[in-house]
Design a binder for this molecule. Structure first.
Ligand code: AKG
Length: 279
């Protein structure tokens, strides 16, 4: 199917797009309440270990998030991009406390050894829901347009970003936290959703405000059924154990979105670093 929409063009060319006001006020209120419950249960150590991110709490910890995973307006946004049979694998509550530092530059794709990683079609998308209006002052998203398909000096400065050192900021002068000339600011309104390619280099500004800034990041696999089998095998084994402890009706609610693979191909070995094919 050939999709021609402004957001699809942006997703493919820039690596991300924004759908405005996807969460209505009632849903936003409920997502904030569930997020605050989880955030309130975290230890001081959790925030210290995640100083750059802010917090990193799996949405598997609260069955409420099944409603957000299967939220019809979000699935409609994916369908408008041509992804009518997505799968969902994981998600996180990421809260930047008041007066907290920048999130390091990173990309989140982990199957760089497969040739499909060097093509236009996205294999993994983030849906980021910011729960307050964001701007450069309170820690909005920043991104390097086109970096999902083109090599950028940051790929070599930070070949693997998800390390304990970068999370806990052992070296605040590391290039992973610094501005780059071609970064773009992605401010949004609470209720908008940013949809982006897992390969995109992105991070966030520090939160210099007096209020916390929370985003819920959910990970979807837009073309799961046509993805290489080694990727299907990999994604379908991502931790979903906790879903089994969710109420049966909640499990049923997201059943169609769970990635499953019944073939015999070995799962892709994780490699978070793009190869030479990224030019
Ligand atoms: O905290 C943010 O604004 C961005 C979160 C992020 O980069 C991610 O979830 O991969």
């Amino acid at each position: 199917m050939k999709i021609e929409s402004e957001n699809y063009t942006k997703l493919i060319a820039d690596g991300f797009c924004v759908f405005e006001q996807v969460l209505d006020e009632a849903m936003l209120t409920r997502v904030r309440a569930a997020s605050n419950r989880l955030l309130g249960a975290q230890s001081v150590e959790h925030f210290a270990a995640q100083k750059s991110t802010g917090s990193m709490i799996s949405v598997y910890e609260d069955p409420f998030f099944a409603e957000l995973v299967a939220y019809p307006p979000a699935l409609n946004a994916l369908a408008a991009l041509g992804f009518s049979k997505p799968r969902w694998s994981s998600g996180f509550v990421i809260c930047k406390p008041p007066h907290s530092p920048a999130l390091f530059w990173h990309q989140d794709w982990a199957c760089w050894d497969d040739p499909s990683s060097y093509m236009d079609t996205p294999l993994q998308l983030f849906l980021m829901y910011y729960l307050v209006d964001t701007d450069i002052h309170n820690g909005c998203l920043r991104a390097i347009k086109g970096s999902h398909r083109r090599r950028h000096p940051m790929h070599d400065a930070v070949p693997v970003a998800h390390t304990d050192e970068l999370r806990s900021i052992t070296d605040p002068d590391h290039p992973a936290y610094q501005p780059v000339a071609d970064e773009v600011i992605v401010p949004v309104k609470a209720g908008d959703v940013v949809i982006g390619d897992a390969r995109l280099l992105h991070g966030s500004y520090g939160n210099q405000s007096d209020r916390s800034r929370t985003v819920i990041t959910l990970w979807y696999h837009p073309n799961f059924e046509s993805a290489p089998e080694c990727i299907q095998a990999d994604v379908s084994q991502w931790p979903q154990g906790q879903i089994e402890s969710w109420p049966a009706s909640t499990q049923e609610h997201i059943q169609a979105l769970i990635p499953t693979y019944s073939g015999t191909v070995e799962p892709m070995v994780w490699n978070r670093t793009p190869g030479n094919a990224l030019k």
